[in-house]
Design a binder for this molecule. Structure first.
Ligand code: MLT
Length: 341
């Protein structure tokens, strides 16, 4: 081995350093270029959209109405996965543990991404910090309904009946913390009743129980109610919004029916995971905007009584504000039933 002279050391060390600096720079460049490439190329494979309730319910219907347009805009298939349980929180917990790469997104609602915080003391996620908002999809009014043969013709008669038969009434809901649960929790607190609970894994099985006469009443989004109301298979008492719903113009507002405090507007929104790169969020938000501008999608959403938010309300920032506001709003929701998670 030839000895290394001091001169060699002086000349070779900087050369070696230069080489390693260049390699490091190349690795860094390739790394960034790779990430940038991955983001600008996104999506290169199907995207899973987690729906936190059973098939056929409002969240599932809305997801399926968006699916085709989102797939076309993103040139990738949207795979809807219904993950049920615990008022939608099982799905949100599962979504929260996915990689923040835009390949798992979730259609959440006022329950999973707001009210659940108050109702589940051991909730594994916090909606405003574990998720990256993509955009608000729809707002929906809530209707209070009963089985078709329920012996009360209007809301005043329902309230009188409920107070006379305290402890006998059975309320169906889509899981503790779901929109249907939360809306009826508010209704029950206002009229002062504590019904027996019949909980399900989504609105569709809850509605089936109501239609079969196995439950007396429920509160839920127009999406689930409008078709049943039009088929006259349930009794609809009131809409919990300041104005009547254009899909059910004969149904009075709660205010008109004598219960002005009963006011709830539910919503559905798309979420990715915290840490998802902003260019991916922007791409998903743009695809959502395209879907909500599509005349066929708009008509289908409006036909089931949904309200499509204006453009400024559909930004990720606007959704982040809505989530924070709604968490605070439902923090003091009256509790009944036991939330397990
Ligand atoms: C809810 O009550 O949160 C939803 O209506 C449930 C569902 O979409 O099935």
């Amino acid at each position: 081995m030839s000895p290394v002279s001091a001169t060699d050391r002086q000349t070779r060390t900087p050369a070696r350093m230069t080489r390693s600096v260049m390699i490091a720079a190349l690795v860094l460049f390739c790394g960034h270029a790779g990430t940038g490439f991955a983001q600008s190329d996104y999506p290169t494979r199907p995207i899973t959209m987690i729906v936190p309730f059973a098939a056929g319910g409002p969240t599932d219907v809305i997801a399926r109405l968006l699916e085709g347009s989102l797939s076309r805009s993103l040139s990738q298939q949207i795979v809807i996965e219904n993950v049920v349980g615990a008022g939608g929180t099982t799905a949100a917990t599962r979504a929260m543990r996915a990689a923040p790469d835009g390949y798992t997104i979730m259609l959440g609602n006022m329950g999973t991404h707001a009210a659940a915080v108050a109702l589940y003391p051991k909730l594994a996620y916090f909606p405003s910090t574990d998720f990256a908002p993509i955009g608000l999809v729809v707002r929906t009014s809530i209707l209070m309904v009963a089985r078709k043969d329920f012996p009360a013709r209007d809301l005043t008669a329902f309230i009188a009946y409920a107070n006379e038969h305290a402890g006998e009434l059975k309320m169906a809901h889509a899981g503790i913390g779901s929109v249907s649960y939360v809306a009826c929790a508010l209704f029950n607190a206002i009229i002062g009743v504590s019904p027996k609970l019949a909980g399900f894994q989504g609105t569709e099985p809850a509605m089936s129980a109501l239609l079969a006469g196995k439950a007396d009443y429920m509160c839920d989004q127009t999406v689930a109610i409008v078709p049943r109301a039009k088929a006259l298979s349930i009794h609809v008492y009131a809409v919990a919004s300041p104005t009547r719903n254009r899909s059910l113009p004969d149904i009075p507002t709660a205010q008109e029916a004598g219960l002005p405090q009963f006011e709830v507007t539910a919503w559905n929104a798309l979420f990715a995971l915290k840490g998802t790169p902003r260019p991916i969020i922007d791409k998903l938000n743009a695809a959502l905007g395209t879907a909500l501008a599509d005349p066929a999608v708009r008509k289908a959403l409006l036909d089931v009584g949904s309200e499509i938010p204006d453009h400024p309300d559909r930004s990720p920032e606007a959704l982040a504000r809505l989530v924070r506001h709604e968490i605070a709003r439902w923090m003091h929701i009256p509790r009944f039933g036991e939330a397990k998670n």
